[in-house]
Write a protein that binds this ligand. Structure first.
Ligand code: NAD
Length: 416
């Protein structure tokens, strides 16, 4: 619990850091509780200075600029918003928690389950909040979808999920931190796929098992962020079968390497009808305009159910799901973090829930590597980890011919 003005800082002033600053501004406009972003940190001073100027535009108090996280943690902070490349989450989150600072960290929680578990343990021993910044499920669209499927039972028994994105997107020659497995953890399944998997777990419950194929088809030579020439280690072809604990079956394809017509489809189908979106983007799906097609002939859109959902919420649910009346997913996650610091209340996506989604993403890779069906629980408890253990090695020596055929380990690590 915290009384008085809550003191926050943000580390990582890149792409998503800018989005978080916009969200904190939205919270500041409506929240009836005092808070200040007192400091920002980025290893690139210019980016940190730009972020500090942007915050100072809507916040009267000054913002201190740091380039090293050790100095940032020396500030008198209640909460830290972590928007760093994924492989850096663990060190900084654990250091902040050990210093008694609550943390909100961007998805995915970490690059490996072992790292995520250490973060979970750090939060438990420090007795501080660790919240996952996942914006998609916190939107009215995904909350309405969950309500329709779980509470209204509009689709009857959910039996099938289809999620497919096929397109041709040549890899950029200059790759950032995402192009190395060691820093990004992998490609779509762990990066943007984290949103989709979190939303599906929210709507349908946890995934039990995964059977996947993953490979890289396009020429993979890139210039890495440290100017070394190497391989883009992300898959550009992934297709998988998922079985949820509730028996729903999911079919996923995410392919960015095949020319021809772009194709998108997202659908949840049950015994009484389906919600089908074939006009959006896989990772931000389904959109409000998704069609709701029922066995009694009714045809509506997901948007039609938005008001009935909102109208049916109790005051408590409304305050919890849309604090201060906010409906933007980024702003909601920030507001919820602030309230958790003030009241010591639970957060919606704690480290247990974040770890489960991470393990589901990683199960794609463990399955593609071993060519077997993988139980998410085996990834979660560390019994299956060959892919994750290979991450420390550089893949510059990867045999591209084998990588074209199937997911591989770095040279010297052998093939499973
Ligand atoms: N919620 C979403 O929709 C969403 C979208 C994009 C990214 N993300 C997540 O946000 C995180 C960051 O992604 P991004 O796209 O913003 O990356 P980015 O590369 O744009 O920004 C990362 C920033 O961290 C800084 N940085 C790197 N090392 C640092 C260090 N040691 N100390 C201080 N600063 C350091 C970099 O200079 C850069 O400005 C990732 O975990 C990613 O998965 C989430």
């Amino acid at each position: 619990m915290s009384t008085g003005t809550i003191k926050l800082a943000l580390i990582g002033c890149g792409l998503i850091g800018a989005e978080h600053i916009r969200a904190w501004e939205a919270v500041a406009r409506v929240a009836d509780m005092p808070f200040e972003v007192i400091a920002v940190c980025d290893s690139e001073r210019e980016l940190a200075e730009r972020a500090a100027r942007e915050i100072a535009r809507w916040q009267r108090a000054n913002v201190t600029v740091h380039t090293r996280y050790e100095d940032l943690l020396g500030e008198n902070l209640d909460g830290l918003d972590v928007c760093l490349p994924t492989h850096l989450h663990e060190e900084i989150v654990c250091a902040a928690l050990a210093a008694g600072i609550s943390v909100m960290v961007e998805k995915p929680l970490a690059t490996t389950v072992a790292a995520g578990e250490r973060m979970r343990q750090s939060a438990l021993s420090a007795g501080r909040t660790l919240s996952l910044a996942e914006n998609h499920r916190r939107t009215p669209t995904i909350r309405t979808l969950r309500w329709l499927v779980q509470e209204v039972g509009l689709l009857g028994s959910p039996e099938m999920v289809q999620a497919q994105r096929v397109r041709h997107q040549p890899a950029p020659p200059r790759a950032g931190w995402r192009a190395r497995r060691a820093s990004g953890g992998g490609g779509w399944a762990i990066d943007n796929g984290a949103h989709l998997l979190d939303a599906l777990a929210y709507v349908l419950g946890p995934v039990r098992s995964v059977t996947a194929t993953g490979k890289r088809i396009q020429d993979a030579e890139v210039i890495h962020s440290d100017d070394q020439i190497g391989f883009d280690e992300r898959e550009d072809f992934l297709t998988a079968l998922l079985v949820f604990e509730n028996g729903t079956t999911g079919i996923f394809s995410c392919v960015s390497s095949l020319p021809g017509a772009d194709d998108f489809c997202f659908a949840i189908r049950g015994t009484k009808g389906a919600i089908v979106d074939d006009g959006g983007q896989l990772f931000h799906a389904p959109l409000p305009g998704a069609r709701v097609l029922l066995s009694d002939g009714r045809q509506q859109t997901l948007r039609d159910f938005h008001d009935p959902y909102m109208d049916g919420l109790s005051t408590n649910q409304r305050e919890r799901f849309f604090p201060f009346g906010l409906q933007d997913g980024f702003a909601v996650e920030c507001a919820e973090f602030l309230i958790a610091i003030r009241d010591g209340s639970d957060v919606e996506i704690d480290s247990d829930s974040a770890l489960r989604t991470l393990a589901t993403s990683l199960a794609f890779y463990e399955s593609a590597l071993t060519q077997t069906t993988i139980l998410v629980s085996d990834v979660l408890d560390g019994q299956v980890s060959a892919y994750q253990e290979s991450m420390g090695s550089r893949h510059s020596e990867i045999d591209f011919a084998r990588w074209r055929t199937r997911m591989t380990l770095p040279a010297g690590k052998g093939e499973i």
